[in-house]
Design a protein around this ligand. Structure first.
Ligand SMILES: [Zn+2]
Length: 355
């Protein structure tokens, strides 16, 4: 089958297109999906550059995807062949103590498509039935690109804003780097929760678009001192919640912006992972510093339900044909996008069914 893969870690020059073996038949509770579209995430760039993981090469890239169910295992009840589905890329074992407690993204065997497992930029992928959701009917209907763009960032942002930070109506939320998919979705979820949202970017064009999407205040973090601005905008109280995925470059400002009783939620460290905390400020201000990654099955069902209600429809930056996959990765690496960069894997989902 056609796929986008790497044979070694490195830069974008490692990206190859070609044929890889088809995945095996689905297990009793697995589903094989003929992928129509796959969406890129920063995770794909980290995988390409080399995470401390052992890959089997060729390693197929891509975490997010959507397509048509092609075959199901004998015990599958959630979907049937022909169903149009979105894929939750976080694969749990559904059996460890955390899974049994409903906390699938704490699974001791948690694996991501395209990171620990073959990815979605391929004509076929096999996943557990728990990891697919039927695309809700919307008007106008969800495109394949939108469906592919939904799962990873929406699940991540939902858990951060709703489950971890418990954002309340009227609270002030600071979201860094509004071009990224998680940040953009966190803005929209925080607005759904009734919060006042301050966003930052180094791009004035992205800040203007963020304001059209509901941001109350947009700050250019290249020209403005974000923490000072947040303090001024909140009568010196500071933000109730900071949504962090940048790490070293923003951490100090994030803490300076955080008010009494504030919650800082981190799901990433794109600029570096090592930060420091003055414990005196931590305990004196009753701060909560919260980690978060992906989300559990109940949260996934909830975001699909919210999508079905017409909210959180994914924002697609652009769609690239599979043959132009490298150009799609280049756009992501340059940080030019606002919304998701999507690769169209197959138009009919049945091209070259065997090889
Ligand atoms: Zn588990």
């Amino acid at each position: 089958m056609r796929a986008c893969f790497i044979r070694a870690t490195g830069g974008l020059e490692q990206i190859q297109l070609g044929d890889v073996p088809l995945p095996g038949d689905p297990g009793p509770r697995d589903v094989r999906v003929a992928i129509r579209a796959a969406a890129l995430n920063h995770l794909d760039l980290f995988v390409m550059k080399g995470l401390p993981l052992k890959h089997e090469f060729p390693h197929v890239l891509g975490a997010d995807g959507a397509g048509v169910v092609e075959a199901v295992g004998r015990d599958v009840t959630a979907v049937k062949p022909g169903d149009r589905v979105m894929i939750n890329p976080g694969i749990s074992d559904y059996s460890c103590e955390y899974c049994r407690a409903g906390e699938h993204s704490l699974c001791v065997n948690y694996r991501m498509l395209g990171e620990h497992l073959p990815g979605t930029i391929a004509e076929r992928v096999v996943v557990p039935e728990q990891n697919v959701a039927i695309m809700p009917p919307l008007d106008p209907p969800l495109t394949w690109a939108e469906a592919a763009a939904f799962s990873l960032v929406t699940l991540t942002a939902w858990r951060m804003v709703v489950t971890r930070a418990r954002v309340q109506p009227g609270e002030t939320v600071l979201v860094w780097g509004i071009g990224g998919g998680v940040s953009l979705t966190a803005l929209r979820i925080a607005k759904l929760r009734g919060a006042r949202v301050i966003v930052t970017s180094s791009s004035d064009a992205k800040l203007q678009q963020a304001q059209r999407l509901g941001a109350d205040v947009a700050l250019n973090h290249r020209t403005r001192k974000v923490a000072e601005e947040v303090r001024a905008l909140t009568h010196k109280r500071g933000a109730d919640v900071v949504i962090e995925n940048v790490g070293e470059a923003t951490w100090e400002q994030s803490l300076r912006a955080l008010g009494r009783g504030g919650r800082l939620v981190s799901c990433g460290a794109t600029s570096g992972p090592k930060v420091s905390v003055d414990l005196r400020r931590l305990f004196w201000y009753h701060w909560s510093i919260l980690g978060s990654t992906m989300g559990n099955a109940a949260e996934y069902r909830e975001i699909v339900r919210v999508l079905g209600g017409g909210e959180l429809r994914p924002i697609v930056d652009g769609v690239y044909p599979l043959a132009a996959a490298r150009a799609a990765f280049e756009r992501l690496e340059r940080g030019e996008q606002l919304g998701k960069v999507v690769i169209e894997v197959s138009r009919d989902g049945a091209s070259r069914s065997a090889s």
